[in-house]
Design a protein around this ligand. Structure first.
Ligand code: FAD
Ligand code: FMN
Length: 577
């Protein structure tokens, strides 16, 4: 081979970097016979075509839309996975929240995959609410049959309206004329397997197979694979667990500090993110369940994750409280009052494997992070309300909240992961005014916001609406909040529902200060709500709409449009549960 002879590697490099697929990159002078040259030219033209497509924004990839509606982040994570999977099947997917499009936009699309959760009591997540309302409206325009879609829902079988939002969207899109290419899948809290099966069915559907790009582009994973995530939690150390609420309080709220030392980049968080915590069940409850079933716990059972003793499975792997439709079916019951314990007490001859099969896997719980990493490097703080209640005379408790607040000793280890929040962060503009409404444990992210804004030296003014039952025993973070108020870092509006003759809630104070609230909004303030979804967040929104209508001197429709505009600009955000 002389100096002028092109190297085969040079030819391949040239072919791959060529913008246009070219023929005859292997020249006459290359050291190949005619048939070898033809073969190599064909091969390089093919490689070049794929590379050119990938380089030019995926010309060989068929456009696809992945749409998600997600409140606590699960569907958003899955939407990114779908995009990657799409590339492997010849699709170049754009990912967006359902509220970023309208039903009219849908009519322009041909391949659509939707992953959406259900929140509240059968409601859509916040970032799908506008789309959902428009799709369900009587005047929603028809959809073309050329729109090929499938829906995967994330939900929880312990809710009455299991996966209602996904089911409604699926049914309505078909009713409006779009073509369902793969059946709706309604996933429970352990959604990994059902989601994976749905994804396989979707990409194996005739419509997706025939439309997918003929040449699969190389799948390049731009984001490095996380070492720690929901399914591979970081084992962190519990530093402290201190009671925040006073002895006289009806509630037990704890301040939890966890060390993130050794967690690395995957455990880095921002104010506004949540922490996922993998709890263990209470040993007393495990013992009670084994006794009710007449089992020792030493029996070997098979779970999806492998074999285990029944006792270990009940302590660490299975949800031993929630009765699902499968639990009832497995025990041959139509309906049941109470939890798994009551079902097992009512059943006869419970087998160890039958019990393990009837229970769904234990799931992690999310907690809004109540610290700024700038104020507490290497640590994460939570504000946890212990769930305790009476069920027909039996003392019951929440799994994770009492594990954190009661059972896990300081110095003990627990599995955690960071659940990033898309937009629920302090405004990036440090001069922007901020109104925060967070009664009870809803204070959690706002303690983090106030720490963060203080550490950043943000000059934007802060106004916090906080409250609970009694000032004397429910005033969480009192010293810190009053310290900040004394430094003019925050204005405090405190609502104590059981201290006066009449009940005062955060929404009561919000309306009392309605004129000032509206003036702040007109100055460009962002308004964030955190805490109870079922009553507080609903009542606060109603109060806000009345305040805005009054401020605009307009009707509720105009106020709704104003608030929708704020939401679209991420100036109105909720972290509610
Ligand atoms: C994004 C997000 C952020 C969150 N942030 C926080 C936070 O900052 N602080 C916080 O404390 N929590 C927060 N939560 C709630 C938290 O995730 C848990 O749901 C909560 O701690 C309860 O979990 P648990 O395991 O203790 O209770 P579980 O074991 O899940 O038990 C709760 C269940 O018990 C049953 N139950 C409860 N009360 C009764 C009753 N009176 N009668 C009959 N049944 C009853 C209900 O079925 C209920 O669903 C957040 C949730 C989300 C989604
Ligand atoms: C406050 C709250 C209310 C919920 N309501 C429902 C419901 O009505 N129906 C349902 O199927 N799932 C319900 N779920 C379960 C969620 O849909 C499920 O956790 C899902 O995985 C969340 O996905 P996301 O993180 O993408 O929002 C609820 C969860 C929470 C925390």
């Amino acid at each position: 081979m002389n100096a002028q002879t092109p190297l085969i590697t040079d030819s391949i490099t040239a072919a791959i970097s060529a913008k246009e697929p070219s023929v005859d990159l292997i020249g006459e002078d290359a050291p190949f016979d005619a048939s070898q040259r033809d073969f190599l030219n064909g091969l390089l033209a093919g490689i070049s075509a794929i590379a050119a497509g990938a380089q030019q924004g995926g010309e060989v990839l068929t456009p696809m839309r992945v749409l998600y509606g997600s409140q606590s982040g699960n569907c958003e994570v899955l939407s990114k996975d779908l995009k990657k999977a799409g590339a492997g099947h010849g699709f170049g997917a754009d990912v967006s929240a359902l509220d970023d499009i309208t039903p009219a936009d849908l009519a322009e699309m041909q391949h659509v995959a939707i992953v959406v959760s259900t929140f509240g009591e059968g409601e859509p997540p916040d970032n799908a609410a506008k789309f959902y309302a428009a799709l369900m409206a009587d005047d929603c325009p028809p959809l073309p049959a050329s729109l090929n879609f499938s829906v995967c829902g994330l939900g929880d079988t312990s809710y009455a309206d299991f996966n209602k939002c996904a089911a409604d969207i699926d049914a309505r899109m078909a009713e409006l004329g779009a073509t369902r290419v793969a059946e709706l899948v309604k996933c429970d809290v352990d959604f990994d397997d059902d989601y994976a099966e749905w994804k396989t069915t979707l990409f194996a559907s005739e419509s997706f197979v025939s439309a997918g790009g003929t040449a699969a582009a190389p799948v390049v994973d731009a984001e490095p694979q996380a070492m720690f995530d929901k399914n591979r939690p970081f084992m962190a150390q519990l530093l402290t667990s201190d009671r925040l609420s006073g002895e006289a309080s009806a509630k037990c709220v704890d301040h939890i500090a966890i060390s993130l030392a050794g967690g690395g980049a995957d455990l880095e968080y921002a104010a506004g993110d949540a922490l996922g915590v993998w709890p263990l069940n209470c040993p007393d409850e495990v013992r009670a369940l084994l006794a009710a079933a007449g089992l020792t716990g030493k029996e070997i059972v098979t779970l999806k994750t492998g074999q285990s003793t029944l006792k270990a499975a009940l302590a660490t792997r299975l949800d031993i409280q929630t009765v699902t439709p499968k639990t009832l079916e497995d025990f041959g019951l139509e309906a049941a009052e109470g939890q798994v314990l009551e079902v097992v007490q009512a059943a006869e001859n419970v087998g160890p494997q039958q019990l393990a099969d009837a229970l769904r896997p234990l799931q992690p719980r999310l907690y809004s992070i109540s610290s700024s990493p700038k104020a507490h490097p290497g640590e994460v703080h939570l504000t946890v309300g212990e769930v305790r209640y009476d069920l027909d005379g039996r003392d019951c408790k929440g799994v994770a909240s009492t594990y954190l607040g009661d059972r896990l000793a300081e110095g003990g280890m627990l599995g955690v992961y960071v659940q990033k929040s898309a937009h629920f962060h302090p405004p990036s503009d440090d001069t922007q005014p901020l109104i925060m409404i967070g009664p009870g444990t809803g204070i959690a992210p706002f303690r983090a916001f106030l720490e963060e804004r203080e550490a950043r030296g943000a000059t934007g003014k802060n106004w916090l609406f906080f409250g609970d039952q009694h000032a004397s025993c429910d005033y969480l973070y009192q010293d810190e909040l009053e310290g900040w108020a004394a430094k003019d870092h925050v204005d405090l509006s405190l609502a104590w529902s059981r201290d006066g003759a009449s009940k005062v809630y955060v929404q009561t104070l919000l309306e009392e200060r309605g004129e000032d609230v509206f003036a702040w909004l007109e100055e460009g303030a962002a308004i964030y709500i955190c805490g109870d979804a079922s009553r507080m967040a609903v009542d606060v929104e109603k109060a806000l709409l009345r305040i805005i209508a009054k401020g605009l001197n307009a009707d509720e429709e105009a106020a709704r449009a104003y608030l929708d505009g704020m939401a679209a600009a991420h100036r109105y955000q909720r972290d509610v549960y």
